[in-house]
Design a protein. Structure first.
Length: 111
């Protein structure tokens, strides 16, 4: 492979890895916010003395919805982390090719 092709591949893979890291970071921020909301709902449920009231049932239902969303975010995070591992492996290989292509392209034989 030529130097420029290897360089382009490394740049594209680096960009893809950064995008995946950004998505993972966004999800983690969303999960932190979601955890806080779930905690607040649990506090509200605990503050209500009648556990059979319609308000408690509504809060429990909302909490269950948010916990399901939290689980989906966990799955999405895992999916992106798996993709990131794959991209990082490919990136390491491409960086090795780039290093080899650089050595070949810029090594001069003096005879």
């Amino acid at each position: 492979m030529g130097f420029l092709v290897s360089f382009d591949i490394v740049m594209n893979l680096t960009n893809t890895a950064n995008q995946l890291k950004g998505k993972i970071s966004d999800i983690m921020t969303e999960k932190a916010d979601l955890t806080e909301v779930i905690s607040n709902i649990q506090s509200e449920i605990s503050d209500i003395s009648n556990n059979d009231s319609p308000a408690v049932k509504k809060l429990k239902a909302r909490k269950a919805e948010l916990e399901n969303l939290d689980n989906k975010l966990d799955q999405e995070t895992q999916k992106y982390q798996t993709k990131l591992q794959s991209v990082n492996t490919e990136l390491q290989s491409a960086q090795q090719m780039l290093q080899q292509d650089t050595q070949r392209s810029f090594t001069f034989n003096v005879s």
